[in-house]
Ligand binder design. Structure first.
Ligand code: SF4
Ligand code: SF4
Length: 400
């Protein structure tokens, strides 16, 4: 595995002409083009944390607006890193949502709390996933999907692929999104080490965030080139259907608008097209939201990783809600587990579908643990206690 010794943090200062288009066109900023130019002049002259950047949730969409391909979202992330480093402590509510730091002594963690509260059968499955495997393809199941183990383990369509992913195995995306860059990169490196304990030819990843970290962030920011090919679960399903290894036995006759997540555009045009092709292959009739693909809006979750404030994710989710209203649709399909959870629980009046679940319903005819039972995972004393202890940090108003 080749690796650079010095981090290439991502932003190309030498390409930037301080035109301000990145910020001026941002759905989360409220600035004139002149203000945007002035901020970019200041930030590029001396990258550090500026309160004017508090609007940014690092969704990555400005990278598409930049005429010079300078990667402004990386600059935003790096500026947030300055803020993180100046804090005496990472906000408790945010730290609680970052998985993969257990080995470094971050004890309270939402995902681990959910895993610990699972029933006997689910826990047994998680234990087996934590053990390295030997298989042609290995399926890495990310932190969120791991909260419903039977959905994956009992799927007929996925019966021939070995599954992997222990409680601490994380791609590091939320630490990275929260400006904890070193922590995020360490988490990602640990994941590669863990993946390398398996013997396999190809890695299939269940979550698009993991796919983004492994195929884009690691090579581009750390110069790490993986010694194995990686494909996303949705391309894997398409491959199975197209080669006859799986077939649609129960078409999902749903009319829904596709709700693209942050990672959709970052994983590339082919990825965005595959998701749409798969949705129609299983019988869905899909349409686009006003903001889609390279202009898609965040479900709200990334907003939480500014400072771990509930108010910020609500504000971010309300912007998405306007898009839902403009679309005239009542059904939305997400292909990110986080987006699905947020759209399901925080967008009343709309019906959220999770593409993974719809695909399994189409191929298997059933899903062992539908995502709609997720709230039951939260009714646990340990989670209640830990949520109460971070509540102050989560509920304090956002200072912008
Ligand atoms: S990063 Fe790109 S869009 Fe932003 S100011 Fe620089 S050149 Fe313009
Ligand atoms: S990363 Fe997203 S929120 Fe931040 S400036 Fe770019 S488009 Fe706006």
């Amino acid at each position: 595995m080749a690796e650079q010794t010095v981090f290439a943090r991502g932003f190309s200062a030498e390409k930037c002409i301080q035109c301000g288009k990145c910020i001026a066109g941002c759905e989360y900023a409220d600035m004139t083009p002149k203000q945007a130019r002035e901020i970019m002049k200041k930030v590029t002259a001396m990258p550090q944390w500026y309160p004017e950047l508090a609007f940014c949730i690092r969704c990555g969409k400005c990278d598409n607006r930049c005429p010079k391909d300078a990667h402004p979202s990386d600059l935003e992330r790096e500026c947030l890193e300055y803020k993180r480093r100046a804090e005496s402590k990472t906000p408790a509510s945010m730290a609680y949502a970052v998985n993969g730091m257990g080995v470094e002594g971050w004890n309270a963690n939402f995902f681990r709390d959910v895993y610990k509260g699972l029933g006997k059968t689910d826990k047994k499955i998680l234990q087996s996933w934590a053990t390295p495997k030997k298989s042609k393809d290995i399926l890495f199941i990310g932190c969120t999907d791991r909260m419903l183990p039977r959905t994956w383990e009992e799927s007929q369509a996925l019966r021939n692929i070995a599954k992997f992913g222990g409680p601490d195995d994380c791609c590091g995306v939320w630490a990275i999104q929260g400006g904890l860059l070193d922590e995020g990169y360490r988490i990602a490196r640990r994941l590669i080490k863990r993946l390398s304990e398996n013997r396999f030819e190809r890695l299939v990843v269940g979550c698009g965030h993991c796919q983004k970290v492994l195929t884009r962030i690691l090579p581009e920011k750390l110069g790490i080139v993986l010694p194995f090919p990686v494909i996303g679960i949705y391309d894997y399903f398409l491959e199975m259907i197209e080669t006859g290894a799986a077939r649609v036995i129960k078409p999902q006759k749903i009319e829904a608008a596709i709700s693209d997540p942050c990672f959709g555009y970052e994983n590339g045009e082919a990825f965005l097209n595959s998701v749409r092709r798969l949705a129609t292959t299983i019988g869905m009739t899909i349409s686009e939201l006003p903001h889609n693909r390279e202009n898609s809006l965040c479900c709200g979750y990334t907003g939480y990783f500014n400072d771990g404030k509930v108010a910020k994710f609500v504000k971010t989710a309300l912007i998405k809600r306007k898009d839902f209203a403009k679309s005239g649709k009542k059904h939305f399909v997400s292909y990110c587990p986080g987006c699905h959870l947020f759209n399901h629980y925080f967008q009343p009046g709309y019906k959220s579908h999770y593409l993974l679940e719809d695909v399994l319903l189409a191929l298997d005819g059933k899903v062992a643990e539908p995502f709609s039972i997720f709230y039951r995972r939260l009714v646990r004393p340990r989670i209640g206690w830990n949520l109460a202890s971070v509540a102050k940090s989560a509920l304090m108003p956002v200072k912008e």
